[in-house]
Design a protein around this ligand. Structure first.
Ligand SMILES: Cc1ncc(C[n+]2csc(CCOP(=O)(O)OP(=O)(O)O)c2C)c(N)n1
Length: 333
């Protein structure tokens, strides 16, 4: 059992509209307190830990910048949504996560108007966001749809099926690629290599430079030539990204743990009118909790644990994991 953390600022923001009233200089403190609350809650319930810790600043920045729940925020898989649940009116039940009659360990529509899409299956968020964005377009509603998808989930086909059709959604669709270079275990394959190249070649552009980039690409006729030059320059610089080729305006990479920089970039993304945008955010799975940072795969999902030592309560010795039993049985046949 863990002692409850002291969270004077978090205590004042049960809902995103409360976050939006804060001065932006307060957002780092809010992020720190939110992180402590996630660690404390998961230490008593078990569940997905590393992914949520990695998106604490992103959660705060997204709710600060976008008009949730009118703007639809869709977390891919939903296993990283514990911080989101805490700041969307569910903090009082956060220590019931994954318990009978408690909060779901994933996003769930019946739980909150801030969960517009129920998940658990990976790689569905862009399709869902595309649907919301097109529905808004058809009804003349300016609301946005924002999909947050990890680099692991981004490697599945369904994500590309959605991106293939994204242009039709225009600027109502925003995709946040949460790149922590980690799935449940380290990822492999060509997408992983391509993202690593982007991150290393473009190493964290300053928010101001990113903001200028987006502004330069604004669509008024007078800016058309400037926009074409900008696209040309970006192509020269990065070789063009797969996402550009699919009709997205690629922005990044952005440091996903600098909450004020994130806010600055996301505000520009929100206000730009240049079609679907993809923001490449670089985060660290398990951020802010030593044992989870240094062993991101072991802390992807955890049982109850001791916050100080990080030691997980694995239950009685002699209980064998299902995978091992399966492998043993198979080798006997
Ligand atoms: C279709 C499907 N396959 C596998 C899983 C199991 N799964 C849950 S989370 C996850 C990893 C996701 O990695 P990433 O998208 O990079 O997110 P991160 O946890 O690193 O934030 C996987 C494979 C799933 N939920 N759905």
């Amino acid at each position: 059992m863990s002692d409850r953390p002291v969270t004077p600022l978090l205590d004042t923001v049960p809902y995103p509209q409360d976050i939006r009233k804060l001065d932006r200089e307060k957002l780092p403190q809010l992020s720190d307190e939110l992180r402590q609350e996630v660690i404390s809650a998961v230490s008593v319930t078990g569940g997905h830990l590393g992914a949520g810790l990695g998106v604490v600043e992103l959660t705060v920045a997204l709710h600060f910048v976008f008009d949730t729940p009118h703007d639809k925020l869709i977390w891919d898989v939903g296993h990283q949504a514990y911080p989101h649940k805490i700041v969307t009116g569910r903090r009082d039940r956060i220590r019931t996560l994954r318990q009978g009659s408690g909060l779901s360990g994933f996003t769930k529509r019946s739980e909150s108007e801030f969960d517009p899409f129920g998940a658990a299956h990976s790689s569905t968020s862009i399709s869902a966001a595309l649907g919301f964005a097109i529905a808004n377009k058809l009804s003349g509603d300016p609301g946005k749809a924002i999909a947050v998808i990890g680099d692991g989930a981004m490697s599945a086909g369904m994500a590309y099926e959605a991106m293939n059709n994204a242009e039709a959604a225009g600027n109502r669709l925003v995709v946040i690629l949460n790149d922590n270079d980690m799935s449940i275990a380290p990822p492999v394959g060509s997408l992983r290599n391509a993202l690593a190249r982007l991150v290393s070649s473009n190493k964290y552009l300053a928010p101001r430079k990113l903001a200028q980039r987006i502004a330069r690409a604004m669509p008024e006729p007078l800016h058309r030539t400037a926009r074409r030059m900008e696209e040309y320059a970006r192509g020269m610089f990065t070789g063009g990204t797969l996402f550009d080729e699919l009709g997205f305006y690629y922005v990044g990479p952005v440091d996903g743990h600098d909450v004020e920089a994130l806010v600055e970039v996301l505000e520009n993304v929100r206000d730009a009118d240049i079609g679907p945008m993809l923001v490449h955010v670089v985060t660290h799975k398990g951020k802010g909790y030593g044992p989870a940072e240094s062993s991101a795969d072991k802390y992807h999902g955890v049982v109850k644990f001791d916050v100080v030592s990080g030691k997980q309560d694995k239950g009685p010795v002699g209980v064998r994991p299902l995978t091992r039993m399966f492998l043993e049985r198979r080798s006997q046949n």
